[in-house]
Write a protein that binds this ligand. Structure first.
Ligand SMILES: Cc1cc2nc3c(=O)[nH]c(=O)nc-3n(C[C@H](O)[C@H](O)[C@H](O)COP(=O)(O)O)c2cc1C
Length: 333
């Protein structure tokens, strides 16, 4: 599918997956310097945290747009309350997590186990849609446990689309085992089944369908985009963030120069300084930048210098400057 920059789901053509503990606001700011167009997802935030928690769980930087809030929950009223707060704060999309298999999430009766309750998911989506104008989307798996037939998936999607009004689904193209596997194993062991996601788009051509799971290159992304509306990349975008530097050109078709890695590091300086002056801790920002020079000469020294120094009390921008100086200048990367 060709880029359609006029659709309200245009950004969804390429997105970075919600990843707990990884895609926090510092990470998203850094990713945004690499790509203007990519849709960024927050980590999953539970309705309980937003409604009862101490602290601002909806905080983000304005530079992050377009940014989607991923919610974890299954109480339609609570989800509506949180969606409304998020829309008021300017988020561009609300996404409901129907893919996480962790025990903690299952105890709260949300995440992947909700695939077995499509009527409830439809109610959740409908009650959020009633109170916000931004898209309300769902991220799900292709099945859970032994409920892994194509019909199980299509029943889920048709109920959530027809009764809930959901128009966009991101399909993590592997099923989840709700017991027996850790969340990490559940991202590795169940096999990927991209043709199932492609078939879903054929059978629900009016819906916006994005695929997720195991995508490592922009070339692979373009292959998926021949069948689907969007591609969501998780671990590879985090571990090898320079992948993002050509997304605007290769995926969104924009004609603009590709930033160098060192330029992106330098563009982080004002943000880092501003965050440090507000009491942030250097290591919390730089940990997301560790993979930037992956496979380049000097990468190990960059990584090591940051890992050994950014957590020290009082560590400041000089740590990043010194780490950057470990990359041979003549490489001009
Ligand atoms: C550290 C980590 C945390 C994750 N947290 C979430 C989450 O909060 N919400 C969610 O829907 N998926 C979460 N996921 C799953 C990813 O969004 C994605 O579906 C999965 O990693 C597969 O995509 P990938 O192969 O491109 O990484 C997480 C994955 C990782 C590695």
């Amino acid at each position: 599918m060709k880029p359609d920059n006029t659709s309200k789901y245009a950004a969804n053509r390429f997105s970075i997956a919600p990843m707990l503990d990884w895609t926090d606001r510092h990470c998203r700011y850094f990713h945004r310097l690499l790509t203007n167009e990519t849709l960024l997802y927050t980590e999953m935030v539970t309705t309980g945290a937003i409604i009862h928690g101490k602290g601002d769980f909806l905080a983000y930087n304005q530079e992050e747009h377009p940014v989607a809030l991923q919610l974890g929950g299954s109480n339609p009223q609570d989800l509506a309350t949180c969606a409304k707060l998020a829309a008021e704060r300017g988020y561009d999309e609300i996404n409901l997590n129907v893919g996480c298999p962790s025990d903690r999430v299952q105890n709260g009766r949300f995440g992947a186990c909700l695939m077995a309750e499509p009527e409830l998911v439809a109610q959740c989506v409908a009650s959020m849609r009633e109170v916000v104008d931004i898209p309300v989307t769902v991220k799900t798996r292709i099945g859970i446990d032994d409920q892994d037939s194509y019909e199980f998936l299509t029943d889920f999607v048709s109920i959530v689309a027809e009764k809930g009004g959901c128009e966009q689904f991101t399909i993590h193209a592997r099923k989840a085992w709700l017991s027996g596997l850790s969340p990490k194993e559940n991202r590795e062991i169940p096999p990927l089944d991209y043709p199932r996601a492609y078939q879903l788009k054929k059978d629900f051509s009016h819906l916006n369908i994005a695929v997720n799971g195991g995508v490592k290159t922009l070339e692979d992304s373009l292959v998926h985009l021949e069948h689907l509306d969007g591609v969501m990349v998780g671990r590879e975008a985090y571990q090898n963030p320079y992948l993002l530097a050509q997304v605007d050109q290769q995926i969104f078709g924009l004609d603009k120069p590709v930033k160098k890695r060192s330029q992106v590091v330098e563009e982080m300086y004002p943000y880092i300084e501003a965050q440090l002056s507000k009491g942030a801790y250097l290591g919390h920002i730089t940990r997301h930048m560790i993979g930037l020079f992956q496979a380049m000469p000097g990468a190990r020294q960059w990584r090591r210098y940051i890992s050994e120094n950014a957590h020290k009390p009082g560590a400041g921008i000089e740590v990043v400057e010194t780490a950057l100086a470990k990359i041979p200048q003549e490489l001009n990367v």
